[in-house]
Design a protein around this ligand. Structure first.
Ligand code: NAP
Length: 340
């Protein structure tokens, strides 16, 4: 085995179910045999792997929208890679692909079991896993199908400088809305305003978020795109405009909770404002992924949609990358480059 494992197969397994924050010891890195593709299968060498806060839920032993990852099983996750050997007519050697490759360097698969897709021509792994990956598609359906932004709407996005929030906010801006983002730290807030075209950004770690939302959204919030839940959701509910749409995309502030959680105290404002609050799960939109990807590619090509990635290098950095999401160390999409 080479010093860093490159050229050999390695897996990262779930070693323990997390209690509270994820720890490095919740995972185990192991050497694994090089898989051989069978009939109808291909061998993929992964190059970039993505992390998402939802993985914290997949590590728990409870029913959700996907089965939990079992102890000792390879951690589930999206990645990109290249076909190195092929017994599959649709994926010849050299094809760049993306799918749920898992936390491993090499995988032999028929493609179906990992929802394999070819990367569109000219699309980099970073873009494939960011704007055109799970989080970009989530932003697309959550903002456009549930939020339905219109010209002149005021749209508030939390987790705004993360992978999903940054795309969701820009899609609302492209639709003609004025967009206010909530994110942790001045660097993130400056990126939202200076580069992504948000009208304003609130640093929830340093500012009085309730006061700032009230000041920046005097006519109320038409769409609140929620990535975080908790106190920020409550503040948004307190500032709704008539017929507002509250899009429940995620609730990262609750993912590490160990005890009972309080509900949003201000939910009754949904009644006063004749508003709607609705959750969704991306996988339900799978039949529309290709159409959404086409639109996102157009926005990328015109320069209307910008993106950023935070990249750690090294296969063994995957647990750390996942932990980054909970401490807010990522700007845009958190990826891991495992080519070295
Ligand atoms: P991300 O936003 O790129 O990264 C997570 C961000 O959350 C961090 O950068 C951090 O930014 C913020 N954060 C962490 N702890 C927080 C806390 N306690 N309170 C407020 N903010 C906190 O991650 P992502 O992959 O794009 O996911 C964003 C949300 O979308 C997650 O809740 C995820 O579960 C959800 N999601 C839902 C679906 C679906 O189908 N419904 C699909 C994909 C993702 P700050 O520095 O700003 O705190």
């Amino acid at each position: 085995m080479s010093e860093n494992g490159a050229g050999q197969n390695q897996h990262i397994l779930l070693a323990a179910r997390p209690s509270g924050a994820i720890k490095a010891t919740d995972f185990e890195i192991v050497d694994a045999p090089m898989p051989t593709p069978g009939a109808g299968e291909i061998l993929i060498k992964a190059d970039f792997l993505a992390v998402e806060p939802a993985m914290r839920g997949w590590m728990e032993d409870r029913a959700s929208y996907v089965p939990p990852v079992r102890i000792g099983e390879v951690m589930r996750g999206q990645g990109t890679g290249t076909v190195e050997a092929s017994n599959h007519p649709d994926f010849p050697v050299g094809t760049a692909v993306t799918g749920m490759l898992g936390w491993r360097r090499y995988i032999a698969t028929d493609g179906k079991s990992v929802s394999l897709r070819k990367l569109p021509e000219g699309v980099s792994p970073a873009v494939a896993l960011n704007v055109l990956g799970l989080t970009g598609l989530t932003a697309y359906f959550g903002m456009l199908d549930l939020g339905k932004p219109e010209t002149g709407n005021t749209v508030l996005v939390s987790g705004a400088a993360g992978a999903t929030g940054s795309v969701a906010g820009q899609l609302a801006r492209i639709a003609g809305a004025r967009v206010v983002g909530i994110a942790g730290g001045s660097e993130k807030c400056a990126w939202l305003v200076d580069e992504l075209g948000f009208e304003a950004a609130i640093d929830y770690k340093r500012e009085d978020t309730a006061q700032r939302v009230a000041d920046l959204c005097p006519q109320g919030v038409d769409i609140y795109y929620d990535n975080v839940g908790g106190d920020i959701l409550d503040i948004a509910l307190d500032n709704l405009a008539l017929h507002a749409r509250v899009v429940l995309c995620g609730g990262i502030s609750r993912y590490n909770a160990t005890g009972p959680l309080a509900g949003p105290a201000n939910y009754f404002n949904l009644v006063y404002k004749r508003a709607r609050m609705e959750g969704f799960i991306l996988i339900d939109y799978a039949p529309r992924f290709a159409a959404a990807t086409k639109v996102l590619v157009e926005h990328l090509n015109t320069g209307a949609l910008r993106h950023r990635e935070t990249i750690l290098e090294g296969f063994d950095q995957l647990p750390k990358a996942l932990m980054h999401l909970f401490s807010g160390l990522n700007i845009g999409k958190q990826l891991v480059d495992i080519t070295r």
